[in-house]
Ligand binder design. Sequence first.
Ligand code: DQA
Length: 139
Amino acid sequence: MKLLIINGPNLNLLGKREPEIYGSLTFEQYFDELKIKYPIIDLEYFQSNIEGELINKLHEVGFLYDGIILNAGAYTHTSIAIADAIAAIKTPVIEVHISNVHAREEFRHHSYLSKNCAGIIVGFGIDGYRLAVESFLKA
Ligand code: DQA
């Protein structure tokens, strides 16, 4: 099974960025733990702060991989282009948010992406990515 985790803008700063909201682990540390936990999965990671690069990556893997786990960061709340990319590809996408976006500012309550995603995992901290992996394993 081939899965790709895609993180969007500012998620390269996990561990340093608002740790009271996003935790104190870097994504690289967490990703290493995930790879050890799931040796049978071919698990890859991509991060970009640039909307077009996220779209290019979705196009690149979206007809080849078994699943995509996407935290598009703030683009979740703004990007019709990423929503269209998810609709255009064949690989199922699970949307993940580390924080409970519904308990935060109003502008974080709406996602352009959700309706094109296979599922949504919100508010379970960084463990949300593992929950998404589990869901692909059981599918
Ligand atoms: C986030 C929530 C978004 O609203 C925010 O812009 C992020 C991170 C989360 O993982 O909780 O960058 O997607």
